[in-house]
Design a protein around this ligand. Structure first.
Ligand code: CIR
Length: 254
């Protein structure tokens, strides 16, 4: 699918005190801003129009806009983020999406769902159950998607933080997979690009029109994706990774 629009959000200073499970240290805010600007520039190079939201100090993790919505070309699903401190992020995202969508669905309590747990591959969606997305949230999304003519498969996660921490869809039936997804039956029908445990962070990459954006420093991932026929753009993600974020988390693409 061709993406025309992207929503991203500049991180605020409070980012450095946001949620994380990593032990990579405190992010350097100035360095993060440089990395975020490079991310926005890379998206522009891919030919999308970027709507850049202003920082919100009250929501330290709100630069990870992907978690607040699940988008298709026809409709938007506003999520119900599973982390208490992040739940209020949906208000701004819904209002930004009103400029682009008329049809909205909502994940409702007791269902919780983070957009990072949702992967679309053509007509199929994969919905991870994680620390953030519960069974009820997954069930609600599956019902919405099936009602709209999509297929939806629920995948309980074993180790990954979010589903998309370990998987990306490149189009043309090609799936980038790591860890617990390597031999997961749900992905049997795809042509797999296999990411080693050592390179696991690079499984979170994004295809945006003619490019695949990947984190910098993963030569084998770059080689495989180039070999599969895609041009790559590499970005330094060090300060994003420190807060458990990746390339997909920083934008909504539609
Ligand atoms: C969080 O814990 O919610 C953020 N520090 C990281 C969210 C990353 N989002 C994503 O993978 N979609």
């Amino acid at each position: 699918s061709i993406f025309k629009n992207v929503i991203a959000k500049t991180p605020g200073k409070s980012y450095v005190g946001g949620l994380t499970t990593s032990d990579l240290g405190t992010p350097d805010y100035d360095k993060l801003l440089v990395q975020h600007e490079a991310y926005v520039e890379a998206l522009k190079k891919c030919g999308v129009e970027v709507t850049l939201l202003s920082p919100s100090e009250e929501f330290p993790d709100s630069t990870f806009v992907e978690d607040a919505a699940v988008l298709t070309s026809e409709f938007a699903v506003i999520t119900n983020p599973g982390a208490e401190s992040r739940n209020g992020e949906i208000v701004e995202i819904e209002s930004a999406l009103k400029d682009f969508y008329e049809k909205f669905y909502y994940i409702k309590a007791p269902g919780t769902l983070d957009g990072g747990d949702i992967l679309q591959a053509d007509n199929s969606f994969y919905i991870g159950i994680s620390e953030r997305t519960n069974e009820e949230g997954a069930r609600q999304l599956k019902e919405i998607l099936e009602g709209e003519g999509f297929e939806a498969t629920i995948i309980p996660l074993k180790k990954f933080f979010h589903l998309k921490t370990g998987i990306a869809y490149l189009g043309n039936n090609k799936m980038v997979v790591a860890g617990e997804f390597l031999d997961h039956p749900a992905f049997d029908s795809y042509e797999k690009i296999v990411i080693s445990a050592e390179d696991e962070y690079s499984a979170n990459c994004i295809r945006v029109n003619d490019y695949v954006i990947i984190p910098k420093g993963y030569e084998e991932t770059k080689r495989q994706i180039n070999e599969a026929g895609y041009e790559t753009i590499e970005l330094d993600m060090s300060e994003v990774r420190k807060q458990d974020g990746g390339l997909s988390c920083l934008s909504l693409r539609f």
